[in-house]
Ligand binder design. Structure first.
Ligand SMILES: [Zn+2]
Length: 321
């Protein structure tokens, strides 16, 4: 059913990407997803290239490694990823890496106390999703399915965790390339300063909209929202691959009709008809939030651009500008 269709789509997507891309077998920092690549690019700037595994448009919740990905991981100086709860597709390859080349952000001691729990109750009921059926989907071992973790694993949305990630990347690269210490130190200092500056600007930009209610498409933004004191009313789904259930849609529709929300946010990869259906006939505005920074290219400033873009996306819809 849903899962078979999903497998097919991802197989086709992977085949299309494999056909259009060739990667040299040189070493680099390899990040699982773009935002982690943004942070790595700031620290590795001028020292070593940074590559991102997940192609633009793919979902962080559901990806299957291509043979070329496996090769890139093996040849990498350093692999930076969130962890198995988010990126199940990397678990096997990462386990084969030497410890000094494997950086799992969720496992950092400073990150654990900052984690907030994920929201996975009602989707499970509405989809009749149980862990028995989940096990039957992993048989081929390469195809990752969505994963209900205990914690929300969209760690790259938190400026605090981004800073900790940067510090950890700096530490790993320093071990691997001690000859580049001066540049690595300078890059980390610059990242810290730019992040602190952006944090101030974003705080100011979002202050006027802190009390405006809204719905997001998927449950990716909690860390950002908490950090800046925003007022989310809920999300359509925990995983963009999973259609929201009828009960969830009804609840959202009711709140829109009662004008509790001023915005509903889709995502660039996901413009589901459900958002239009649920908001039909109401005065709610529609915006877009990009949780992966699809249109931002890797550079030493890209993480700060990513956070600033997100902030502007919230502000423009919530302000009604
Ligand atoms: Zn997500």
């Amino acid at each position: 059913m849903l899962h078979n269709k999903k497998c097919l789509i991802f197989t086709l997507t992977a085949a299309a990407f494999a056909a259009t891309s060739t990667f040299p077998a040189h070493s680099a920092v390899v990040a699982s997803i773009k935002p982690l690549g943004f942070i790595a690019a700031a620290i590795a700037d001028g020292i070593t290239p940074v590559e991102v595994l997940l192609p633009d448009g793919a979902s962080e919740h559901d990806y299957a490694l291509r043979p070329s990905d496996v090769k890139r991981i093996k040849n990498a100086d350093l692999v930076v990823w969130t962890g198995p709860e988010m990126e199940a597709f990397l678990t096997k390859s990462a386990a084969e890496l030497p410890a000094n080349k494997n950086l799992e952000i969720a496992a950092l001691p400073g990150i654990k106390p900052l984690l907030i729990s994920g929201d996975d109750e009602d989707e499970e009921h509405e989809h009749g999703h149980d862990h028995g059926s989940e096990n039957s989907e992993v048989q081929d071992g390469s195809h990752a399915q969505h994963h209900h973790g205990q914690f929300n694993m969209h760690l790259w949305m938190s400026p605090d965790m981004a800073l900790q990630s940067a510090v950890a990347i700096h530490g790993k690269l320093l071990e691997l390339m001690p000859q580049s210490k001066a540049k690595l130190d300078a890059n980390l200092q610059e990242f810290k300063a730019e992040l602190a500056d952006a944090d101030k600007h974003i705080g100011a930009q979002l202050a006027p909209v802190r009390n405006k209610g809204y719905f997001v498409f998927h449950d990716a933004y909690s860390y950002f929202e908490k950090h800046y004191g925003l007022s989310p009313l809920g999300h359509f789904t925990v995983n963009p691959e999973i259609q929201p259930g009828a009960q969830r849609l009804h609840q959202i529709r009711t709140q829109l009709v009662e004008q509790k929300a001023v915005c509903v946010f889709a995502e660039p990869q996901f413009r589901p008809a459900v958002i239009d259906a649920v908001s039909r006939g109401t005065s709610v505005r529609k915006g877009t939030l990009d949780p992966l920074g699809m249109d931002i290219s890797l550079s030493k400033d890209s993480y700060v651009k990513f956070l600033s873009q997100l902030s502007s996306q919230y502000a423009s819809c919530l302000n009604g500008a």
